[in-house]
Write a new protein. Structure first.
Length: 151
């Protein structure tokens, strides 16, 4: 069983994770438009705020989502008994982030920051050719953020 953490009512799940120094990113700055704070609610789903329309839209684009997926930046804690799990993986912002790992096996999956899909599976060797394949990927989370602010 993992460690517990005290959480104030009406606080974001993300705030609690950051207070515990959990490995969770927030590439969009907590706007609910990327996949980097994706969590799975194991218990206490009813003790969280309902998903916002923005969160539902973002989750609908995620390939790694499941029925208990939430974005930690959007889910507010309303009561007790919430247990969450952070999916295993490392989000990257650009293919060049992997250059220092060329020739090494990944210890965790490498994930896309917008849709959460696995770009490189766990225990696979990172090659220059794989990085070249990823150079055409659109990792611009801030661009998504800017375009959502225009709406």
């Amino acid at each position: 069983m993992g460690e517990g953490v005290s959480v104030k009512t009406e606080s974001q799940v993300l705030d609690s994770l950051l207070a515990k120094n959990c490995n969770v990113a927030m590439a969009c700055g907590g706007q609910g438009i990327c996949a980097t704070c994706h969590v799975r609610v194991l218990e206490g789903h009813d003790s969280l705020s309902p998903p916002t329309s923005r969160e539902q839209r973002s989750l609908s684009l995620m390939t790694g989502r499941c029925s208990n997926s939430r974005l930690a930046c959007q889910a507010k804690v309303l009561g007790e008994g919430v247990v969450i799990e952070i999916p295993e993986g490392m989000y990257i912002e650009k293919a060049e982030d992997l250059m220092s790992l060329v020739g090494r096996r990944t210890k965790i999956p490498i994930l896309h920051p917008k849709d959460g899909r696995v770009l490189i599976r766990k225990n696979k060797i990172i090659t220059r050719s794989k990085i070249a394949q990823l150079e055409d990927e659109d990792f611009d989370v801030m661009g998504v953020r800017a375009s959502s602010e225009d709406v």
